[in-house]
Design a protein around this ligand. Structure first.
Ligand SMILES: [Zn+2]
Length: 77
């Protein structure tokens, strides 16, 4: 059974594998990529300190997330 599978695989390797008939044009490639665009991150205000924070992220200013202190800020020496 395994031998037959191996034989079939080797036979398949010898034949040409399925491939696109011709190269796609630059226009076609670029038209496809018109849907690829960067989106601006959602920015909200921190409920604790009021600074602008990226949505679903811990506040970089005070370290709060959902009203709880998650990361304690290092004090400058
Ligand atoms: Zn904050």
């Amino acid at each position: 059974m395994l031998g037959r599978i191996k034989k079939n695989y080797e036979q398949l390797k010898l034949e040409e594998m399925p491939n696109p008939k011709r190269k796609h044009s630059k226009t076609r490639r670029d038209k496809r990529r018109t849907h690829y665009k960067a989106t601006a991150p959602t920015v909200v205000t921190c409920s604790n300190c009021g600074s602008s924070v990226q949505y679903h992220r811990v506040c970089p200013e005070c370290g709060f997330y959902r009203g709880k202190l998650v990361i304690e800020k290092k004090t400058a020496e």
